[in-house]
Each structure stands twice: as C-alpha cells, then as structure tokens.
Design a protein around this ligand. Sequence first.
Ligand code: FES
Ligand code: FES
Length: 929
Amino acid sequence: MSAIVRDAAGTRVRLTVNGVDHSLVTDGRRRLVDVLREDLGLTGTKVGCNAGDCGACTVRVDGEQVCSCLVPIGQADGRSVATVEGLAGPSGEPSALQQAFLACGGAQCGACTPGMLMAADDLRARTPAPVQTEILEGLAGVLCRCTGYTKIVEAVASAGGPVAADLPVAGAAVGSRIARLDGLPKVTGEERFADDDADAGALTLRVVRSPFARAAFTLGDLDAFVAAHPGVVRVLTAADVPVNTFGIYEVGKDQPVLADGHVRFAGEAVIALVGEAAVVASIRDDDLPIAWAELPPVIGIEAGLADGSPRLHQDRPGNILVRGRLARGNVDAALAAAAATASGAFETSFVEHAYIEPEAGTARVVDGRVEVWATTQTPYMDRDELALILGLPKDRVRVIPSACGGGFGGKLDLSIQPLLAVAAIATGRPVRGVYSRPESMRATTKRHPARMTATFGADADGQLTAVRFHGDFDTGAYASWGPTVANRVPVHAMGPYAVSAVECTTAAIHTNGPPAGAFRGFGVPQAAIAHEALLDDLAAQLGIDELEIRRRNALRAGSTTASGQLLAASAGLPACLDALAPRWASLRAEVSAFNATAEAAGEARRRGVGIGAMWYGIGNTSLPNPSTVELGITPDGTVRLFSGATDIGQGSATVVAQIAADAFGVPVVALALTTPDTDLTPDAGKTSASRQTFVSGNAARLAGEALRRRVLDLAEASDAALIEVPSPGDGDGRLRVRDGNVVSVIELGELQPGQRGCVLLASGSYDPRTTLLDVDGQGVPYETYGFGAQVALVEVDTELGTVRVVRVVAAHDVGRAINPTLVEGQVQGGIVQGIGMALMEAYEPGRTDNLHDYLIPTIGDAPEIEVLLIEDEEPAGPYGAKGVGEPALVPTAPAILGAIRHACGARVRSVPATPDRVLTAIRAARAGG
Ligand code: FES
Ligand code: FES
C-alpha cells in the first residue's frame, strides 16, 4: 500500500492507469474522473451525471467496476485503474469485446459505450462466458438511452466469437449489415464529444439560472463583483447579446439568450460567468448581485388557458401559441350513424430526452470569424441562428459539430452555443462550457405534455366512420417546436387508418413550464395513446379481435388519407399486421394459460398482450426540407463523400455512405468521409423527423449517380463499366474504368482541381415533394410515411400496481432496410424509450431534474424484443428506403397500455402508468368503470 503524502500543494497520489505509473500532487478530494480526463488526457471515460446515476464514467479500480465520478482521487492512491483506452491489444487492435460491440451494433451515439465496455470487461473477467441474467446484473449500473440494450447484451454474450461479416463489394452495400463506419472510435474511447476537446487556456463558462418559474429581477453592480472575484474575467448579461432572441421559426423567435429582467421558466439563463474553471464553479448563486421578485407562475394547461391568467407573450392572447386543424367530411352525421362509438380523455407528462452527453462545446474567434464546436443535431440551423444572434453575416460563423452523444430532438434547439459564442467575442479568448446534468434537464426542451379528448365511430364491421380529436399541448415558456407539434398531430391523430369523416384540432399553449420542443415523434406518440385505446374500445364493443380491427382499417396502397392524399405505394401496415398475427395469437394463448395458473395459485400476477399501430410522415410537415450531399474525387484518386447529415447515433454517416457507394458503383470501404462542418460540407438539413435516410439518402444517391455519369463519360465507357478506386489515400493519381475487356485510365492530374479539393465533384439535392395544406389541413404534408405495429406482453402485479414489460414484437415497414443492423437498433432503442414514456418518465421541474429521481429504463427494464422488418419499397426513396427513427417509439406505449388492460381490465389513460395510476384503474375496472 502507498502512503498518502500531504504537502502544501495538495496530496501526492500514485496510481497506475492502464499499466502506466503516475504520480501527481493534487487536491485529494478531486474526482478520479476529472483527473483521468483533465490531467491525464484520458477523455474516453465520459461524464453523464457526476452523481453515480448513469455509469458513463465506469472504470475498473483494482479490477472492479466503479463510477469514477464518485471516487476521490485520494482513494485511488496505490491502486490500479483501467479505462477504455486500455482495452485494445498491444498493437492497438480492438479487443474481442470491442469488436463484438462493433459487429453487433452495440454502440449508437457511443456516449455510454466506454462505461458499458468497462462494466462488461469486469463481468467477463469474473465470468468468461456470462449468461443473460449475469449480463443484466453485470451491466446494471450503466444507462444507455439509445440502443434499448438488446445489441449490447448480444455483444457481451458473443464477444470472442466470430465477428466481422465480409465487407460488401461494389453495388452490394445497400441492405448489408456492415458495422457503422464511425464505430471504431466509439469503442476505443477516441471519439471526441463536445467536452472532450477544448483549446488550451480556454476560459470556462458557467450559466446562472432562474430558481423561479416566473419572476422579475434586477442586477446589481457587476463590475464591482468582477473586481472582487479574481479569476472571473467577465459577467455576461442580456446587454452583451447583440440580438437577444432566438427560436426555430421566423415568426416564433421569442427566447432570449440571457433573460432581460424577467424569467418565464425555472432554469432560464440569467447571466453567465466567464473565467477560470475553479473560480466560476465555486461562486454560489446567493453571492451574486441579483435581486429577485417572484411572481405566481402559470403551471399546466388548465392554468395557461384560464381566464385572467398572466399572458406569457403579449402578442399571444389566451397564451395560445398556435392552433392546428384538419377537417374532412361530416363528423357529426357519421358519429350519429355509427354502430358503435368510443370516447375518452387522455393525458401525458413532460418527458426529458436524457441523452447521456449533456450540452457542451467551445467557441473561439479565428481570423475574425466565430467558430463553435458543440454537440448538435442541426449545424446549419445553428450557424444561421448564431449569425442572427451575433449580428454577423452567415459566412462569419462556422459550426463544427462534435460527436453527438444522443439527441432525440433535444439538440435541435440552441442551448450553450450562443452563450459560448458571445463569451468568446466578449473576452477575445476561447471559451468552453458543459452543462451539469440538473442544468441540462432544467434548461432544455421536453416532450409536450398533452391533454387530449377523442371520439371514434365505426360501423358494425368495425370500419371506422368518424374521428373527432382535440389535443392541448403544453408548449411551456417559449415557442421552440410547438408549431410543428400543433401541425403534425392533426395529420396523424386518427391513426394509420382510412376514415372519411375527421375533425382533428390542436392548440399549443404557453405556460411557465420548460419549453417543450422536439422529442422523437413531435406529438404523434401522445396522440397514438388516444387513437389506439379507442380502437380497442370499439373492438371490445363490436366483438372484434384488436389486431383484426386494425387490419380492416389499415391504410394501404391506394388509400386516401384524412388530408386527402392518395397513397400510391409503400403503405405496409397490412404486411406489418400480417407478420405479427402468428405472435399475437400465440402470445394471447400463452398469457391465457399463465393467468389461469396464477389465478388457481392465488397469485396477484396477471399477464396481458396488447397491440399498437402507427404511421408517421417522413420529414417536415408541408415545408421544404432539402438536403445536399456531394461526392468527389481528389487528385490522388480518393473518392470523398461530403455529407452534412449529422449522425446522432442513428447511423446516418453509415447509411448515407452505403447509398452513395452503390450509386457510384464502388465498395463502401473505398469512400473517405468528410463529416459535418458548415465550412466543409453542404447543407444536409437537420437530423430530425426521421428524414436523413429518405432525404439525405436520396441526395447521396443523386450525387453518386451524377459522379458515375461523369466518370463514365470521361472514360467513354458503357453503363455497365466498373470503376476501380483505391483505398482512401492510396491512389496513384489515376482512375481506372473497366468496360468488358477494355480498361480506360483517367489521368486525374490533367483535370483542373475545383471545389472541396476535388478534380471531379458531383452534387445531389433532394427536397420531398409536398404541398401546403389548406385551412382544413387538406393537401400533401409528406411525400412518404413509415408504418408499423407492435405487440407487447406485460405482467401486472394487481396488488402493487407494478408493470413489467416481458416481450415486445415489432413489425416496421421501413421501405428498404439500408443497413438492417442499424434499423433494428433504432427499433429496439425506440421501444425502450417508449417503455419509459409508458411506465416511468415524468419530468417535474425542481423535483426530477437528475437521473436519480427521473427514471429512465435500465438494462433490467428492457424486455425481450423481436424486430420484424417489412420492406414495402418506397419508389421515391433511395433504393426504396423510408425512415424509422421516430416511428419505432410511437406504438410502444399504446401496446403496453392495451396489454395492461388485457391483463387486468385496467384502462390507464394518463401516462406514465405508475403503480398508483394502475391500482386506481384496476379498482375502477372492478367497480365496473
Ligand atoms: S458520470 Fe459518474 S455515474 Fe454518471
Ligand atoms: S449508445 Fe448508449 S447512450 Fe447512446
């Protein structure tokens, strides 16, 4: 054992990290994770919460997995620490575990991956061939928000077995299960997330936030405050922001970067301290010269709509941000004539994205331009918005997205970026910052809470004849994506069904809650809870099987939607339901036998099986959302893909490359990738609305086809010719084209270098074909739709009210699975997020703003998941593909709620279905309610 030596400079600590001895003098109370990251430069170990809740910081100390954010460095003295950087072999080759994560798709965004790997490394050191229960136990301390855990478990179970599939040859990339092209750094710890890179000597930004949901405030003498606090370089206020307002829509720019005397939600940014990290971190909010006058807040939809409620924004009477509407046919007449009607009221909660990587970044001024390196889903919108805020032309702002450690819609809005940019300009020095977990949860957008009422009518055969729906959505303090939710929900609120009389209305309502924005589905998951429950009600009334009533009503090729759009092709819901039917029947029989046994034994457990169906328009609703991708050849012969489609873990970097490679006609491994950077890649739009595969994929296909045409023309070769390209960087300045027995050589040095350093460059652009909707919501809101259905098997403890999801079978029509492994990962991840929404997630400002009180599904909550990919090819899609990122989550909560009802009769209509709500619903069911 080593002695701990304390001297004037701190504590001397000697430890071994990945086999290398270190000796340092430091404050012994510092956390091990900070020493690893800041002092030793081992940034592979991530920080997701700094509180022992997420496990992202997991390392092995003397062989045992521990959260390094909980270990004071003084306690590491004399001990041996292993981090993700030490997993690879002596020549740097990935370990069996790392290779298995790559091959199985165990890493999506990668933010949890180092922690998962170290927990798995610990497990496999103790149990070389772990079984499922041992894996679940061994990895229980690490949260993953992306994968749904299934592929992580597969990876840990299969490590050491065969891994890499053969890489596809030219023309065979689409449809192949290649490992993600950006996967290796995610498993080695080399991936650079936003807090992993910062300029030497960068100042640190710390944001001071409102403790009140609604208040006025005044600032005291900030110059005196700075003078009294050496190490504080600057305090930023609203006056430092050139144009102190931002927002998604031109007409909705209502959110200040720093509040100007008035705050509208708890967690709103008020001032920002810029200076030395330790100093700005040590200043207590109470010591700041801010005088608060708290005001009664407007909390909840009812309060927002109440007569006499304070108006949050003077130009929005009644606190209505926007209304949405779709109307078709005579709903009153159709309901009056219906053989059966079903009505209900439904509620959902604020839901937090809980991506493992919190908001972070660095800004600097370079040659008179502002550069922002940050975690984001939308670099081009960020650049444009930053230019407006800073009062600069767009070409004086550069946004370089870091690796994105999860987004799910929550990184579509600006967060830390404008604060960093303003600070860098104000101080003339690089400025870095990272939100703490509570800050991330308080300050950023949420899924809209919804209060919905609906009535569905059907004829005696169960054919839907009428739908009336109204949804009020709590959009919180600022507009954010509220208009998108209000406009998308009316299109989808009748469900994926053909019905001729429809009236769907929505309103987005301001309150003093956190701004509600984009979260995997833009309001459609909330509406699906209503339409699926009422379809089950109709099925029960009419004595029709729940799957069968969906089959009778399913939209299909040739159907006309409620917005009047003819679905000419690719509407695969009937195929999804057909694929599920055998499981539906067998699982229902299985739970029937289970329940009979449980009842005979006097047990309180009951099992049930439910079904949910969905549809989802791919891309923006009736708005342009173009994407441009470029493919070029550099003078040495390297084929380079310039894609600005930000990969937030879903796999667009790989999928877009697979499409481009096949379109150009070369193996995907031949492509060099230039990843998103507003200076280096064309605008591929934002990563949202499940659009990148369909829209940027189409752009990549067009770019590949155009470049192929140019090369074949130069070589005077036929369409069937093979283009032979070197591995990236291995070229000899020649491009060879083989056409039968004839080989043509293009001397690249004879071509004039042009844009992006390429001698040949082709661009592809795609914008989905949509139309504006009229006042009744009629038109073509989306060019294509994803469809799907899921069956969930749950177990309910009817005495405790607890619910466990045992199994989910999911069938999704994705058009074409460009990479089935990645598509399955999206479905599995969406399902487990859907379980969170259904059973446990409810954000309450001030009460659940950490990952201890705000529960997200752990590996132990993840059920067995079976994914059935339905490929009803979309003629407009790249090689037939659509999108699946959001669709995967939509039917999960409805299927679970249906299963609870099947298990015990409880009709839970408010989510999350917490034990108290389930017990209340059980009592109501027993009382005949
Ligand atoms: S960062 Fe240590 S547990 Fe979350
Ligand atoms: S891959 Fe696990 S959090 Fe993203």
